[in-house]
Structure formats: C-alpha cells, structure tokens
Design a protein around this ligand. Structure first.
Ligand code: NAP
Ligand code: GLV
Length: 308
C-alpha cells in the first residue's frame, strides 16, 4: 500500500517525515526514486500527466494537493478512481485572511486612496458603516462558510449563494438559479469562492455582473476561469462596477501587458489567497486514507460528474 507524491519537493520532505512517523505502514514514494507502478494505490498530485495515471494499474484514489480539482482531466481518469480534494485547516485559514483583507480593502476604499496617494491628494472619503455594506459570497462550502464566519464579526450585512440550500447563522442564504437575482441585488461586494466546473466557468460575466447594484465591487479568489475579463473591464469603464480585487486570472501567470496589470481600479495578487500547508495537509491526507481503509466516507470526495 503505497502513496506516490508528485508535487513540490519542499512539501514532499515534510510529508515524508510525517508519513514515516505517523503512518509507517503506508509507503511514501517521491520520484525520481524508483517504484513498482503496481504497488501504487494512492496518488497525491496537482496536475498529473495522463501517462502517469495510465501507468498505475492499481490506482484507487487521486488526491488533489489543493482545494480545487478543476486542474484534473476528469474525463481521462479511469472511472473507478476516486478523486479527493484537499480539506485542511491551513487552506481555510489562508482564505479567511485573504477574503477579510480583500473585503476590508474594498470596503475602506483602499483603491481610491492608492490613487490619491500617487497624486499626493489628501482626499478623505465618507465612511460607510459595515452594517450598511452588503457582502455576498458565491459558494457556501468549506471556504465560503469560514469566510462568512469571519466577516460576521465586522457586522457586514451578509448573504450567500450555493447550488443547494444552506442555513448559515447571520447570513441570508440563497440557492440555485431561481434565487440568483435576489442574491446579486444584495451584494455591494461580491466574493466568488465557487469551484470551477462546467456550470460555473464564465459565471462572472456581464449578464451576471450587471445585476449587482450600481457601483458594486468584485473579489475573485476562486479561479480565473470564472471571470470574463473583458466584461469586467467594460463594466468598470462604464462605472457599473467601481473596483475589483483579483487573486486569480486566466491564464496564470497573467501575461505582460494585460489590461489588469495597470487598471487603476483593479488590485491584483498572484494566486496566493491560500496555500496548502505541508504539515496539516499530510495529516489530513493520512486521516482520509485511514477512513478509506475503514470503509468510511473520505473528507472532500469529489462527485466526478458534478466537477466538485
Ligand atoms: P467546496 O467546499 O466544494 O464548496 C463549493 C461551494 O460552491 C458549495 O457551496 C457549492 O454548493 C457551491 N457551488 C458549486 N457549484 C455551484 C453552482 N453551479 N451554483 C451555485 N453554487 C455552486 O469548495 P471550497 O473548498 O469552499 O473551495 C472553493 C474553491 O475555492 C475551490 O474549488 C478553488 O477553486 C478555490 N480556491 C482558491 C484558492 C486561492 O488561493 N485562490 C485557494 C483554495 C481554493 P453546494 O453547497 O450546494 O454543493
Ligand atoms: C488553490 O488554489 C487551491 O485550490 O488549493
């Protein structure tokens, strides 16, 4: 029973040590060390090549190194292979920090103040109390719910949107296409934390963004593929949207000269909202292997047909 690990070498060293200490019965292989492909039951990878998958006749589970699984070619995976996304406290903590920073940056007018500083203009903007700022989160999963829990402490008027109905304390929850309009109408700041799937690709497009209140602001910390870049640029130029903070772009890295780099009302970060933490991720993965061995449901098992 062996795990093949094909990702970052620094994280690999941490994982190897934790597996040796806490799960010595599970073999840990990291190329280029040699291995018997038939012995590999588990693969932990970000974006494994099709040839690697095809070379592992007894592969049972593909573990994503990150929260997302959109980087996998689901259609090319053998149907019996389970796909599991990474659920671990480090990813959640990073996203809670980032989303809080982004919401506060937009709420407290960091973008106009950055422009005023560049012009040496002392130009105070009237404060909007948090309870008068409506913040909506698309995606009420591991990350969306944790982010809403943190934002609640500031007193924002919170709403959320998901595929199926949820109840989150202090949050007006909406679900499905039928409730999307009602949700969007409540978002002065819209934060996308959806998985990228065939249903959500391009969801942040003109048709959706025009349904936000005039002057609304957008944060995308999910995937670049959710956003139609030109639609955002047009709506900023037309004044319907007033600002955006983007952690993710399509493609990544963002190519030199892309209009996002120099747009005065866009704040950019290079896909750093949260990162898998080596130690807690190794332990989360071992716990999932133990669940699998005990015939219990694994945390983060992906419904392959649904894409998340
Ligand atoms: P998750 O636990 O799977 O939650 C996904 C949420 O999105 C669920 O509430 C789900 O609804 C909702 N959803 C999915 N498809 C939908 C649709 N078509 N319409 C409406 N709602 C839909 O995922 P997570 O762990 O919170 O992570 C979300 C995403 O964040 C990841 O997939 C990844 O792309 C991104 N991420 C980014 C970074 C970064 O550094 N920028 C880091 C980590 C993760 P239901 O609850 O009804 O199923
Ligand atoms: C990062 O983007 C992740 O999916 O964990």
């Amino acid at each position: 029973m062996t795990l093949l690990y094909t990702s970052d070498a620094v994280r690999g060293r941490v994982w190897r040590a934790i597996f040796a200490q806490e799960a010595a019965d599970i073999g840990f292989i990291e190329p280029p060390e040699p291995y018997d492909p038939a012995a590999i039951r588990y693969l932990a990878a970000w974006s494994p090549p099709a040839e690697l998958i095809a070379s592992l006749p007894n592969l049972k589970i593909l573990f994503s190194i990150g929260a997302g699984v959109d980087q996998f070619d689901m259609a090319g995976l053998p149907p019996h292979v389970d796909v599991v996304r990474m659920i671990e406290p480090g990813i959640v903590a990073g996203m809670v920090e980032y989303a809080t920073m982004a919401v506060l940056a937009l709420h407290r007018d960091l973008i106009p103040y950055r422009a005023a500083q560049a012009d040496q203009r002392w130009a105070p903007i009237k404060l909007v109390p948090a309870e008068q700022r409506r913040v909506g989160v698309m995606g009420l999963g591991q990350l969306g719910k944790a982010v809403l829990g943190a934002l609640r402490l500031f007193g924002f008027a919170l709403s959320g949107w998901s595929r199926s109905p949820h109840a989150v304390e202090g949050v007006t929850c909406h679900s499905g296409a039928a409730e999307l309009d009602a949700f969007l109408a409540e978002c002065d700041i819209l934060l996308c934390l959806l998985p990228l799937t065939p249903d959500t690709r391009g969801i942040l497009c003109r048709d959706l963004l025009v349904r936000l209140p005039q002057g609304a602001m957008l944060i995308n910390a999910a995937r670049g593929g959710h956003l139609v870049a030109q639609d955002l640029l047009d709506l900023l130029d037309e004044g319907h949207l007033s600002a955006a903070m983007l952690d993710v772009t399509d493609p990544e890295p963002l190519p030199p000269g892309h209009p996002f780099w120099s747009h005065p009302r866009i704040l950019l970060t290079p896909h750093v909202a949260s990162m898998t933490r080596a130690d807690s991720a190794a332990r989360a993965l071992i716990a999932n292997i133990r669940r699998h061995q005990a015939g219990e449901p694994m945390d983060g098992l992906v419904a392959r047909g649904r894409g998340y």
